[in-house]
Design a protein around this ligand. Structure first.
Ligand code: PGA
Length: 253
């Protein structure tokens, strides 16, 4: 069995001003304590406006930095957009692509998400590709079909275990306090694993990290992170406060 280094990644979404970097500093300082050595990677994905400053906070620490979105092109006349190369220059080593909030608000299709993931690879960033079904799709029993088709459509040919992470985030579980049952998550992650092995072969498919995201909190993290084929968490709300985020990281000590 391949051993996968788990990742706990915090997605700050459109939250956070400079003053909030105090939370990031607290996490960094806790991780610098000699006896505090969780067996997982840790990442913050703050808003693009904070990347430069956050890079200064995290530089020299084990905590990684990621963006929340990128454009597919390297540069161009795309007002308001940010390229993967720009994120990289700010100190990011990864970028979230295809978050359901963007798929819904900006009609980002699997094809667009795949282009963005490819752009991440081009820039030398890890792509954290998000997938997830809606409440109606789950009720209709379509979850596995939806996730499989999103995964196949969103994964660029360039994906390997070194440059790609998949995050399963049921849309109805994001920011709602609701989570699927452990059995439901296990079923989706097993199916994603099988799809990845089918697409990329055993060596890559079995080695790609699969995150769960959607209302992960200190109180449920241990149960969620113990599920087979769950290799970490993509955390929204609970990543904004150092104590909560550390409570999730604690699971990997
Ligand atoms: P949540 O968000 O942890 O606040 O549910 C997760 C996400 O959207 O990545």
């Amino acid at each position: 069995m391949t051993s996968i280094m788990p990742l706990v990644a915090g997605n700050w979404k459109m939250f956070g001003l400079k003053a909030d970097l105090v939370e990031m500093r607290q996490v960094r300082d806790k991780l610098a304590e000699g006896d505090y050595t969780p067996k997982c990677d840790i990442m913050f994905c703050p808003p693009a406006t904070l990347l430069g400053e956050a890079h200064g906070v995290l530089q020299g620490s084990a905590v990684q930095l990621g963006g929340q979105n990128c454009h597919g092109e390297e540069s161009g006349a795309h007002t308001g957009d940010v390229s993967a190369e720009m994120l990289k220059e700010c100190g990011a080593s990864a970028v979230i692509v295809g978050h359901s909030e963007r798929r819904m608000a900006y009609q980002e299709s699997d094809e667009i998400v795949r282009t963005k993931a490819h752009a991440a690879h081009r820039a030398g960033l890890k792509a954290i590709i998000c997938l997830g079904e809606s409440e109606a799709q789950r009720k209709n029993g379509e979850t596995l079909d939806i996730i499989t088709s999103q995964l196949k459509g969103s994964l660029p040919d360039t994906a390997t275990q070194d440059n790609t992470i998949i995050a399963y985030e049921p849309i109805w579980a994001i920011g709602t306090g609701l989570t699927p049952t452990a059995q439901d998550i296990a079923e989706v992650h097993k199916s994603m694993r099988a799809t990845l092995i089918g697409l990329k072969g055993q060596d890559i498919g079995a080695a790609l990290a699969l995150l769960y995201g959607g209302s992960v909190k200190p109180g449920n993290a241990a149960e969620l992170m113990a599920i087979e084929n769950v290799n970490g968490a993509l955390v929204g709300g609970a990543s904004l406060k150092a104590q909560d985020f550390l409570g999730i990281i604690e699971v990997y000590r």
